[in-house]
Design a protein around this ligand. Structure first.
Ligand SMILES: C[S@@+](CC[C@H](N)C(=O)[O-])C[C@H]1O[C@@H](n2cnc3c(N)ncnc32)[C@H](O)[C@@H]1O
Length: 296
């Protein structure tokens, strides 16, 4: 059986050297990691901090936070909070912090979540159709499929998965007697889509449902509208996103802040992982990194 530490051992943080170099860490600074996960990036940030430096770490996933605590050896420089990163102003207030020197958001899923047989995040791992980042989240993917109309499901699959057979898939999902586990969802998709590139079709539908279950785009929009006021002048933000819908929101917000004279964009085009990194960690392949600095 897989132990927590085995799971933690095979989560590989993405584009670590780029993240650390763009954050331009000040040893005495305060850093917000809004999706701290298992603490892979945070560990590297921590290694650059003095005893006066501090990390405020947020994640929705209780299990990830437990492992993160172990991975960071319960360092007194790190404060962990179970919350959505979109609620970061309240978390900073609770931590007695009014502004930070740097913010990291590493969106998407950790290996802990992807490989879990209890959560149904991917088509390659059988399990119940849960897909919530937090067990305290409101609605599971099974409930979403059951309670949404065919039209609403088609919208979700089209908008969040950019899947051309969205309407057909939604119809089959509503016709199916039960869609409560990964194999049942795959079977419904299989019955109504052509066999070519089927895994990509699965991936798009799973992504769409996950985004809807966790209300991911609204969380990101809420965060993007707020973060600049909580960065010190000269403070930096680095965001790693894993699909075009998120990356687009980040790009547009950075551009807006640049036009207002509030931010300098540090990455003209999003940075991508090197071929070597992708070879070593296939899960990094869709990452896009954007960074900006507050200038006013
Ligand atoms: C790619 S992982 C982060 C991995 C981390 N950087 C590391 O190196 O271990 C993304 C994390 O974001 C968390 N997450 C997703 N949406 C969130 C939200 N709205 N608020 C807080 N955490 C969220 C997930 O639970 C997951 O642990």
């Amino acid at each position: 059986m897989e132990s927590k530490s085995d799971t933690a051992a095979h989560h590989i943080p993405v584009m670590v050297s780029e993240v650390i170099s763009l954050l331009d860490i000040h040893p005495d600074g305060i850093y917000l990691d809004g999706t701290i996960g298992l603490g892979g990036h945070a560990k590297q940030i921590l290694s650059q901090l003095s005893l006066n430096g501090r990390i405020i770490g947020i994640d929705l996933d209780e299990e990830a936070l437990d492992i993160c605590k172990q991975n960071l050896h319960a360092s007194s420089s790190v404060s962990l909070f179970r919350a959505s990163y979109s609620a970061f102003p309240q978390i900073l207030a609770r931590a007695g912090v009014s502004a930070v020197n740097g913010i990291l958001l590493d969106l998407g899923l950790s290996s802990l979540q992807l490989d879990s047989r209890k959560r149904g995040f991917t088509y390659s791992c059988e399990g119940p159709l849960d897909m919530r980042f937090s067990s305290q989240g409101t609605i599971t993917a099974e409930e979403l499929i059951r309670d949404s109309s065919e039209k609403e499901l088609a919208r979700i699959i089209w908008e969040y998965g950019e899947e051309r057979y969205a309407r057909r898939i939604a119809k089959y999902l509503k016709l199916a007697k039960r869609v409560s586990c990964v194999s049942e969802l795959k079977e419904a998709i299989r019955r109504c889509t052509p066999p070519s590139h089927r895994n990509r079709t699965y991936a798009r539908v799973f992504q769409a449902l996950r985004i809807a279950v966790n209300n991911e785009l609204d969380q990101l929009k809420k965060f993007l509208d707020l973060f600049i006021d909580y960065l010190v002048i000269g403070g930096r933000i680095v965001i790693l996103s894993y699909h075009s819908l998120e990356d687009r929101l980040v790009k547009l917000k950075f551009r807006e802040l640049k036009q207002k004279g509030q931010a300098l964009i540090l990455t003209k085009k999003p940075l991508r992982p090197s071929a070597m990194e992708i070879q070593a960690n296939r899960r990094s392949r869709s990452a896009k990194l954007r960074a900006a600095e507050r200038i006013a």
